[in-house]
Each structure stands twice: as C-alpha cells, then as structure tokens.
Ligand binder design. Sequence first.
Ligand code: DOR
Ligand code: ZN
Length: 345
Amino acid sequence: MTTTLTIRRPDDWHVHLRDGALLAGIVPHTARQFARAIVMPNLSPPMTDAAGVLAYRARILAAVPSDLEFEPLMTLYLTDETDADQVARGYAERAYVAAKLYPAHATTGSARGVTDVARIMPVLERMQAIGMPLLIHGEVTEAHIDIFDREAVFIERTLAPLVAALPALKVVFEHVTTREAVQFVMDAGAQVAATITPQHLHINRNAMFLGGIRPHAYCLPVAKREEHRLALRAAATSGNPKFFLGSDSAPHDRRLKEAACGCAGIFNAPFALESYLAVFEEEAALARFEGFASEHGPRFYGLPLNAGTVTFEKAAVKVPEVIQADDTALVPFHAGETLNWRLLS
Ligand code: DOR
Ligand code: ZN
C-alpha cells in the first residue's frame, strides 16, 4: 500500500524568479509546485515602479508552461527616493501586492535599497494606512557587526522601533534565521508574520564548511547555529499562523557560486515542497504541513485560499546534481540527495 498525503494547493510567499534568458528555465519549477508566489523585485535594475513591475509580470506569465496555472504576486522595490503617492497608486491598480525593504548593500541586488528607514517613513505610513504589507530583509549591514549577529541586531535597532512606531503596518519578516527573530514574531501583534526557508530548517552554519567551503549552502541571511535551526523548526511546525512557507529560492549560475567571491542564494524551487515535507515528517508534524504551506500565507495577505489540492506519495526522489536553465547550470538544494516524498503531478 502506498502512503499518500493530500493538501490544499500551496503558495510560495518568497521567491526569486530572475529575468531574461534564465526566466523560462526557472519559472516552471515554481509553477509546478505552487499556485501563487510572491516574486522578489531585486533585479538589475530593480523593480522600482508599477510600469516596470507590470512588464516583468507579463514576462513571467509568458514563461509559465501552458499546462500549468500560476499567479505571480508582484512586489515593489523600495529605495530612498520611493514616493508614497506612487506606491499607493500602483497598489490600488494591483500592479503589486506588497513592497520589499532591502537595507542598502544587505544582499544580492540591494545596492539601491534603503540607507535609513527614517527616509522612507512617509511611504511606510501610507502603506500602513492602505493595508499594504511591507516585506523586510532583516539584517543590518555595518561591516563591523558579525555576520551571524546581523539579524538579531536588526531587530533591536530597526524592526522593533519600526513596529512600535507603526503598530498597524503589516510586516513580513522574511526568511527568519534566528531564535531571536522567532521570538520577536511570536511576541508581536497579529500584523507581524514571518517566512521560513527550507534551507534554514535543514542546515546550520556547519554546512558551509563541511570538509571544505561549500558555496551551495551559502545564502543570506546566512545559516546560523544549531540552536537557531531548532527554533525555526519548532516555529514552522507549531501550527502558529504567523509562520508560513517562503522558499527564498535564489538561483545563480553555478560558475558564479563556485567562485572566489561566490553569490549568495540557494536554488530550492525544484524540490521545495519535498524539502519542507521532510522537516514536517521528522518533527512528527505532517498534520500541520497544510497550514504552513497553504493557509497561513493567504490568510495573512488577505487573499483567498487556493482551490484544488496536491498529493505527495511516500516514494524516494533523487535530486539531480545539476539542473539546466537555458544554457546555465544550476545546482539545486539537496543536490545528489534522496528525499522521501514525491510530488505527484
Ligand atoms: O541568498 C540570498 N539570495 N539572499 C537574498 O536576500 C537575495 C537572494 C538573491 O537574490 O540571490
Ligand atoms: Zn530572497
């Protein structure tokens, strides 16, 4: 007898789909797994206005295989110059569903990010007024602050004061990686939620140095100590509606990762659900997988739950060493490993 698991169709509340030649090779992986996805705007140049976002959305839709239904939920990239009226206009026209705050120089494609949250207070006040979610890459950027402390310091210096100043602003603390972040989100009001990636549930910082330097385990925020991974696993599998699925799948050409200065990002889209499911099974929390993957996100965003279901079969799936997108080689998360659940198409 085969064991199966059926859940409502899930969504990915944080993904990087890239653009240009790569797009057609990337989008199908997410569209095969998810009904909708929050698409990050850190392209070059970044998606700083509604017209650009709408054009990008059209390119994504053109890359969706014809046998799949997939809805990209777009985001706006905030800069020091972002104008509150323009943000509100694009939101009213449904060009995007949220705005992303990258502290300047925190990560890939963040050079035009925000240098000081104080500079965009009028924008954030407007977002609070119109109920538009703010998605935050929560790391300070000062070189003297230890990279493993940057998320916790961001909470103290930036996020806690921001949430106190704008108590009705909907905030998604993206890809949380620490016990401190989990605690902050749990203690905050219902307007504050968080996404959790599969990699931060599977690996701790040792994975980057396992017998040598491992560029494919490197992403930002960087994986932390084991105690933090355990806190994330507890949060994700707890059933708390403040925590939901956001893969942060972030593909980079293999040659740009296996380099003297390798890019940050883990390409987990091809087996994202199978990867999360492994965690929920290990934590004896399969019954809470549907909430995390398919219910908590839409409820937070105020969007309908998906109709339809997906089914997994308890069967071994071998993750390939390399996946091609156009003529670019990408190394997926779990490359060469075997996962125990298979997503039936
Ligand atoms: O590892 C990461 N990669 N973290 C980010 O915040 C950005 C992403 C990317 O776009 O490559
Ligand atoms: Zn991201």
